[in-house]
Design a protein. Structure first.
Length: 262
């Protein structure tokens, strides 16, 4: 590699220091890769990806603070190249094969790691589109379906003046769409997230948070009463005094709400 050729910037995200050290050791032997950051939890990983914008991330699927799906879902396209590091069995991670560049099963050796580096070099040498967030989330969906896990978010990231705050979804009373982002209404305040209401509809558990209008989602546990309105619509009254409209286009959701309390 020419000394003037830009190296591939790499971030290593794993809560196990031994795994980070091993990956760093393998990469230090490569002239075309440069480790620019290491992280040990999901929150730190998310912040670092947003700030440093690495070309490549070695990402452990399960880390403290937030899970892999929570982290990926709250990034913006285009994503860096992501190589998943996982202890899941090989059968389960087959779900990633069509949606992620590669995955490495723990424990791994240098031979397996070299194979991954070869795929990375080949991928980055071609003018191909980067993997989208939706494709990565599809991979996670396939994984949790096989594993029997829960794919839904437990926390949502909200950025305010450069600080990222994570709001537990159980604390959200209702959600209001504000164009390409959403306002999360809490008991005594609100937070803004850059996730759209369509993205939140996909990422939140419909048994707890349900979309009832093109601009509104509601925490089902916060519903006090539901009253008929005009033209097949309903008014949803929340415990905190707020009233939201359930529009005709989401009328079928009413049955879903009522079934929660049978």
């Amino acid at each position: 590699m020419s000394e003037h050729t830009r190296k591939i910037s790499v971030m290593i995200a794993d809560d196990e220091s031994a795994a980070r050290k091993l990956i760093g050791h393998f990469l230090n032997e490569e002239v075309d890769f440069e480790v620019i950051a290491e992280c040990g939890d999901g929150l730190e990983t998310l912040e670092t990806i947003q700030k440093r914008k690495p070309d490549l991330v070695f990402l452990d699927i399960e880390m403290p603070e937030i899970s892999g799906i929570e982290l990926i879902s709250q990034l913006e396209n285009p994503l860096p190249v992501i190589i998943f590091i996982t202890a899941y069995n090989e059968y389960a991670v087959k779900a990633f094969e069509e949606n992620a560049l590669d995955y490495i099963l723990k424990p791994f050796d240098q031979g397996r790691f070299q194979k991954t580096l070869g795929r990375i070099r080949n991928h980055l040498s071609k003018p191909v589109e980067s993997t989208s967030i939706d494709n990565i989330l599809a991979a996670f969906q396939g994984l949790v379906d096989k594993k029997g896990g829960n794919r839904y978010l437990k926390k949502i990231s909200c950025k305010n003046k450069g600080t990222i705050k994570f709001v537990p979804v159980d604390d959200i009373l209702w959600i209001e769409s504000e164009g390409s982002f959403c306002k999360l209404h809490l008991a005594e305040s609100f937070e803004l997230t850059n996730l759209s209401i369509k993205r939140l509809e996909d990422l939140l558990d419909p048994s707890t948070h349900l979309r009832i209008h093109k601009s509104h989602m509601v925490n089902i546990d916060q519903i006090e009463t539901i009253e008929p309105y005009f033209h097949g619509e309903y008014m949803v009254n929340l415990n905190g005094g707020q009233t939201l409209k359930l529009s005709r286009g989401y009328k079928s959701r009413l049955e879903s709400i009522l079934n929660q309390y049978k």
